[in-house]
Design a protein. Structure first.
Length: 94
């Protein structure tokens, strides 16, 4: 993972998901609690985003000392687009 493909922190990840960022996977620190954490868990489930519960040491390694609040997200390097979205302009212009 390159640095520009990661998002750190609960609120930052929630906002990225709500803004439609293409999140590949979210790493959550095991045994984390709180309202914001529960909100992120719920959002991850509702959007069917891949996630893993990992030990704190793994989160620390992923974040390289940045303030992560127990969560790091990997952003997809290329956004996916549906086939219909790609072909619709062609079909409409015929």
């Amino acid at each position: 993972m390159t640095e520009d493909t990661k998002i750190y922190g609960l609120r930052a990840i929630i906002e990225a998901i709500e803004a439609g960022k293409d999140i590949e996977k979210v790493y959550l620190q095991k045994e984390l609690e709180g309202d914001l954490f529960k909100e992120l868990e719920s959002l991850i489930k509702s959007k069917r985003i891949s996630s893993s519960y990992v030990p704190e040491i793994k989160i620390e390694k992923l974040s390289k000392g940045r303030n992560h609040q127990g969560a790091v997200a990997k952003v997809a390097p290329i956004s996916s687009v549906s086939y219909t979205h790609l072909t619709l302009p062609t079909i409409c212009s015929v």
